[in-house]
Design a protein around this ligand. Structure first.
Ligand SMILES: [Ca+2]
Length: 418
């Protein structure tokens, strides 16, 4: 009987470890953790009580058996002393049985001690969890509210969201036409009703942009509702966003240097290809801006082919672990970033962050090549910019800041107002 009880106890232990494993693909928020604990705590408490009960019963059985063995041993010895030969033989074999029985009990006792030890340690873990749960409860007072606000309107991009009535910037879920799942983006929504979907943000060097293919594919860094953090939205998301619509997108690049000067560059019909084409960058033409057309390459004066080999239109994406560039070496590995590398670049917005801007070949480390945040048509390649933004908007909305376009904004923006 005892072995089956033991296996039940082991089963309960297994249940406990299963129910304490966190599942799901998203990290829980503080509220999520509290909810989770509150939901599963009663079940785990019940499991522990059951285990305690089972162990108690096993302990009782063992004690009973031990007493019985002692009694049997005593009576067998008694018998040996008083009885004759025939009885002696019988009692000797009984004594053997008793000894075997005793051995079994001893080994089972050891198992019980082990289980009791596990029970104690689980009890302690349970206490710790209860303690944490109380602390979390206190932090998430009624109603439990996460500190990051995700706005309720969704759409296929941020312009769609603005058209549906969103009036201010923040975090929204978007679901491009071909996307299997919605995903979170930062939407920059201005007073003209324009909704830019932000693809990339550099502002303080807090995020390391030296990442591999998968990380650039999926995106990294942090999205924040107040636009204070750095991130790469992810090549797959950029592909889904930029290729979904019959209305082409303009890519707007905004740059800030260490003196606080701001410039921008716009590219018409911006697209990021699919992964099978290594997330190739294409655009139709330089749409304008005061930062100059660095995507078209730059004549650094080193070689007549400089401009040709530092242009970016039509380049596939490269990372340190996936070399799709036009260079015999690996530009992405050399420069410690993922980008639409040629041989290698005149524009390089995922480069290394150099506080203060100016840096030298020596600062660039082993390779000695320019690896900062570069826009060569504005600042030299040995000057790393302070802040960058890459964001997209449907072409028909880019000029909505001009006076005559405002009427159009009102026409488009009515849906969420009713
Ligand atoms: Ca190469």
């Amino acid at each position: 009987m005892a072995p089956s009880l033991l296996s039940t106890a082991a089963g309960v232990l297994l249940l406990f470890s299963l129910s304490s494993a966190v599942s799901g693909k998203y990290c829980p928020t503080t509220c999520g953790v509290a909810d989770y604990l509150n939901r599963y705590k009663p079940a785990v408490d019940k499991d522990l009580d059951e285990m305690e009960d089972i162990l108690g019963r096993i302990t009782n059985l063992t004690t009973g058996a031990t007493e019985k063995v002692t009694y049997m041993k005593d009576s067998a010895t008694q018998h040996q002393k008083s009885g004759g030969d025939v009885h002696y033989k019988r009692s000797a074999s009984i004594l053997d049985d008793v000894l075997r029985f005793e051995k079994t009990i001893v080994s089972q006792e050891e198992q019980i001690y082990q289980l009791q030890g596990m029970l104690e340690s689980n009890k302690k873990r349970m206490l710790d969890l209860k303690q944490m749960s109380i602390q979390l409860d206190q932090k998430c007072q009624d109603p439990c509210k996460d500190t990051v606000e995700i706005k309720p309107i969704t759409g296929k991009d941020c312009q769609d969201i603005a058209n549906k009535g969103a009036k201010s910037s923040g975090l929204f879920y978007v679901k491009p036409l071909k996307a299997k799942e919605q995903f979170l983006v930062y939407c920059e929504i201005d007073s003209f009703g324009r909704g830019f979907t932000v693809l990339q943000r550099r502002r303080d060097g807090s995020v390391d942009f030296n990442k591999d293919w998968i990380q650039y594919k999926e995106g990294f860094g942090y999205l924040s509702p107040d636009d204070t953090t750095e991130f790469w939205l992810g090549n797959e998301k950029m592909h889904l966003l930029s290729t979904q619509s019959s209305i082409p997108y303009v890519l707007r690049i905004e740059l800030t240097d260490w003196q606080g000067n701001k410039k921008h560059a716009d590219y018409a019909m911006f697209k990021v290809g699919p992964e099978v084409d290594m997330y190739r960058l294409t655009y139709a033409f330089y749409f304008g801006g005061d930062a100059g057309d660095a995507f078209d390459g730059f004549d650094f004066g080193d070689d007549p082919s400089d401009k040709f080999y530092t242009s970016h239109n039509g380049m596939q994406f490269s990372t340190s672990d996936k070399d799709n560039d036009k260079f015999q070496g690996n530009c992405a590995k050399q420069d410690g970033s993922g980008w639409w590398m040629n041989r290698c670049h005149a524009a390089h917005l995922n480069g290394k962050y150099y506080p203060g801007g100016k840096y030298t070949e020596k600062d660039a480390g082993e390779s000695g090549y320019d690896n900062g945040i570069i826009w060569a048509t504005w600042h030299s390649r040995w000057y790393s910019l302070k802040e960058t933004t890459m964001k997209i908007i449907p072409t028909n909305r880019i000029t909505a800041g001009d006076g005559q376009q405002v009427g159009e904004v009102k026409q488009f923006g009515g849906l969420g107002d009713n």
